[in-house]
Structure formats: C-alpha cells, structure tokens
Design a protein. Structure first.
Length: 547
C-alpha cells in the first residue's frame, strides 16, 4: 500500500468522500485564507477544486448518492442543523430534514431513497442513528444508545449489500467503539448491535471494504488524545484488538470507493506552550516555553509559581509532565498508558497532582505526587468525570461529571472515602475557586452560546453569569484581581482580562495562530501561559488500491 498526497492546500481540509466510481472527491475546506468551511469538489488527479456551497454555518459529512448524481451533507448553525442535498455538478440546494442537532456522519441507502444519519432532538439527549426519507424527510429510529452516553451513536456506514450498519457508540468523551447492527432489506433492525472494537479510545468513522468483509475506521484524535491512525478489523472479529493500517499515523476520516480506492485525512499538527510576559497590565512579546514535535498542552502553575504541570504525548502515550516555570527540565510523572491522560493540577501545598485518565476504560479522576508515586483512583463511575481542580484549602477536588445525565460541577474530599457532592444545579464544567476561597467560578455552555463563565458561593447560593465568553471550557484562570481568558478557538483569538473591581474587559494580546487548550497565570510575576497550534494543517491522502 502506498499513500500519496491528493491535496496540499493551505487552510483546514476535512471529511473526504469519494464518488462511487472513485474519480472525484468531495470535501470540506476553509479555503486558502481560512474562511468559513464550505463544500468543495475535485477530480482525483490534477485540477483545481470547485466550490459547491457558500453559506454561513459549519458543513461536514458529505456523502455521495449511489448513482453519483447528488451529494448530501450536514450544515449546522447556532442551535440548529439541517441535512442538505445538492447536485454533484452544483446547483440549487434542497433541505431534506431540519432539527435541533445532528451528529457526525451520513450514509445513503443502496436504492438512494433514504439517508442514515446520527440525529438528536436536543443537546441534552445522545444521538441515535435514524433513517430519513430523501423525499419526505420522515425519520425512523434505528439505534438506542444508553442514557447518559456522551454523544451517543454516530458515523453510520452501510455494508455494500445494505444488510449491516456500522456505527460508533460514544459513551464518554474519550471512549467510543464501533458496533455492527444487522438490518432487514427495509432498513429495520434485525437484531441487537454487536460490539466490534475494543480499543479503549475514541474510535469512529467506520467504512466497509468493497467486499464487505472488513471494517476500516479511525482511532484516536477527536480532541481527546494524541494523533489518530487508521485501523481495521474483519466483521467476524470477536474481542481482539484491531490492526493499524501501516503508514497511517495521523490518519482520520477514511473513505473507500467501490473499486477500493482509499482517501483519508491526515493531520499535520504541533501544539506547544507559550509564555506571555505581563507588566503593569501590558503584555510583552510572547515566547515559546514548552515545545516538542508532539502535543504539549494544558499548562498550570504550582501555587508558589516555581513549577508547571502539563500534558504531552512526547513519550508515545498521553501523560502528565512537570517542568520548572521557565520550561526547563521536563519530567514525565505518569505512565498510565491510557489513550487520554491530562488535566493535571497541583494541590495548594504542591505535594499532589490531580489528573484524569481513561486507562480503566472510562474517564476518572486520579491523584499522584510530583515524584510519580502510584496513582490513587478517586472516582469510580460509568459517567465521564473530568476537569479536576483543588479547593484553595486543599481539602476538596472539584470535577465535572454527567453521572446524573447532564454535566454539573461536583466535589469530593481529598482524604477519606466521602461520597461526591453535587455543587451546581443548572449545568457546569471546569471550576476554580477564587483566591479567598469564597466564590467558585466555573464554565457552562447552553444550546445557543459558547462557553460562559459563571459563579456561585462556595457554601451554596444563586448561580450567576459573570460575563466573559471563552473559546473552550478550560481557557481561563482566576487571580485576585480578575479572570484571564481566551475568547475564541480560532486564529486571531484575544487573550483578555476581566477585572472584578469595575467589570472592565480589556485585550492583552492576540494569538496569531489557532489556540489549543489551556490558560494559566503565574502567581509570581503575572505572566500568562497559553497553548497554540504552531503547525495546524491537513492534507488528503490517496491509496490507489487498498488491499
């Protein structure tokens, strides 16, 4: 097998889909200037891409009709999604179905009369696979994900004979597996889903080989762990680990034509920690602080400002690392060998580090020391437990959990075996106590806004919105004077400061490249640590004849 670049465009290019004859590829691209992602079409070989759509919103999951004449895709706007069909040569769009939210993935029925889609009616319920009539938009539910699943059932794919559905079941943010469901000729379930993969990581985007005997899928990535790769298993597999397709590290979103032509998306990424000096409220020139050729993210200071903790996959697995505050002498602390280990936070006395890992098959909170003592598991629940932080007195660890369906902030005692205590009632995720330990600031997201910052008295009381809107849930830190945060997840995002005293909100600096994950303020000199994608690109890779 030899993979060669199909595209090498600037900007972000994702979701490749080959035409049934394998001669054309549809994909989503931001264009050379990194603008709104739209649907494009290109011949496999020389030639410029043709733009098929030009509309606001995010477009993804293009899928060709069996006759090659139409392309279906999903478009999302704020709080709304629609499944759209467009002629493959361009032309007027037709909306097939609309809803509150649609999950990742689309597949056509063999007769071209129906689409299979991951669909949910609101953000609070997990997605399920539905069949949707192309003519009328009527829906029929095929799968039943467990209550409390992170995303639910995504990425539907049909076998060549149309009698088996492959899909990804996402139970937690860091763990999803591929399942197979037998179907009748009328696309009704003919039995119960059978779990095919046991990878213990984020596996998804399955596709059948042309003979229907194997399933190819992507494992890893999804923003939850290190770079993905392409894996494969025979449909008859039972319990064994999948084999990695050689040479596909960084590979994602596989797609196969009927003749066995393979196209996939390859990540080209390097995330590093940067330091922004701040003096008298003014920022200086940023400098790269912690860097490798791999992923270095989520920095946090110790209480005395002398050390930092961060997450990195530079050793081959995602682990917790520490370093001096100037980035020197990095040391690996954990060896969990899980596909996602991160979220490191120092205790106030600097003697402990709380972190998260899915080494046991689900995301849990652990406790270790800076010397790397054997981690102690603090939580044990099928839910997704994440985003730990210590109370200022070091007696409690706050964390996010969906153990009661929706995500709320919880806390549990560091010592002893006390039961977790629910803190928020109206939703919540990453939480940080104020410097005086009286107020808890936390992030929260609703159906129509980005992540917002809220507050509640530590002893309980009214939950109140503070004001700033941030790029993602972990991109803020609390100091005595105010909140430092990043306002967007896109290139050109602003590092801002919200002052408690007068409610003013000022820009400190601009992040020229796309921010990654994590913001921290030094308790010693007020300098700010943040992460960014120093390399952030995609290319489409082509394999002429996948074995």
């Amino acid at each position: 097998m030899q993979a060669v670049p199909l595209t090498s465009f600037a900007g972000v290019i994702t979701d490749p889909a080959l035409s049934p004859d394998g001669n054309q590829v549809a994909f989503v691209w931001t264009g050379e200037k990194g603008e709104n992602p739209d649907l494009y079409l290109k011949l496999v070989g020389p030639g410029a891409p043709i733009r098929l759509t030009n509309a606001p919103g995010l477009e993804f999951s293009p899928a060709w009709s069996p006759d090659g004449r139409q392309i279906a895709f999903v478009r999302t706007l704020v709080g709304q999604s629609e499944i759209v069909v467009i002629p493959a040569l361009g032309g007027p769009e037709r909306i097939v179905a609309e809803g509150t939210a649609a999950g990742l993935g689309l597949a056509w029925s063999p007769d071209g009369q129906s689409l299979l889609a991951a669909w949910r009616n609101d953000q609070k319920t997990p997605a399920a696979i539905h069949t949707i009539s192309v003519a009328s938009g009527s829906r029929k539910r095929l799968t039943e994900p467990p209550a409390g699943a992170w995303s639910g059932d995504l990425s539907p794919a049909l076998s060549p004979d149309g009698r088996t559905l492959a899909f990804a079941r996402s139970l937690t943010r860091a763990n999803s597996e591929i399942y197979l469901l037998p179907l009748t000729a009328d696309l009704d379930a003919a039995g119960e889903p059978r779990r095919l993969t046991f990878e213990n990581r984020a596996s998804g985007q399955p596709v059948f080989t042309p003979d229907g005997k194997r399933v190819l899928f992507a494992s890893g990535g999804r923003g939850a762990d290190s770079a993905p790769s392409l894996m494969e298993l025979p449909v008859s597999a039972s319990g064994q680990k999948a084999a990695m397709v050689p040479g596909t590290e960084g590979g994602d979103s596989p797609n196969l034509s009927r003749q066995g032509r393979l196209v996939y998306q390859r990540w080209l990424r390097d995330e590093n920690v940067w330091r922004l000096p701040v003096a008298n409220g003014k920022a200086g020139a940023p400098e790269r602080l912690v860097a490798s050729t791999r992923r270095d993210v989520e920095p946090r200071f110790s209480a005395d400002g002398k050390r930092i903790v961060f997450a990195s996959d530079r050793s081959g697995s995602h682990e917790i690392w520490t370093a001096n505050a100037d980035g020197s002498e990095p040391v690996q602390v954990t060896s969990m060998k899980g596909t996602t280990t991160g979220g490191g936070r120092y205790s106030p006395d600097g003697k402990r580090i709380a972190f998260i890992s899915n080494a046991e098959g689900q995301m849990e909170i652990y406790l270790t020391t800076p010397n790397g003592d054997t981690p102690r598991r603090l939580t044990n629940d099928p839910a997704h437990d994440s985003a730990p932080s210590f109370s200022r007195d070091g007696k409690w660890i706050y964390f996010a959990s969906n153990r009661k369906d929706s995500f709320q902030v919880w806390k549990l005692p560091v010592e002893g075996a006390g039961a977790p205590v629910q803190v928020t009632r109206g939703g919540g995720y990453f939480a940080i106590e104020s410097v005086d330990g009286r107020t808890l600031f936390y992030t929260k997201r609703d159906e129509s806004t980005p992540w917002g910052i809220w507050k509640v008295p530590v002893e309980g009381g009214e939950e109140v919105a503070v004001g700033p809107r941030i790029g993602t849930w972990g991109d803020f830190d609390v100091t005595e004077a105010g909140i430092t945060y990043i306002d967007s997840g896109r290139a050109g995002a602003k590092i801002r400061f919200f002052r408690f005293g007068d409610g003013s909100d000022s820009v400190l600096a601009t992040v020229e490249k796309r921010p990654s994950f994590g913001v921290a303020v030094s308790p010693v000199d007020g300098s700010i640590l943040y992460t960014q994608f120093d390399v952030d690109a995609h290319e489409l890779m082509l394999v002429e004849s996948f074995r």
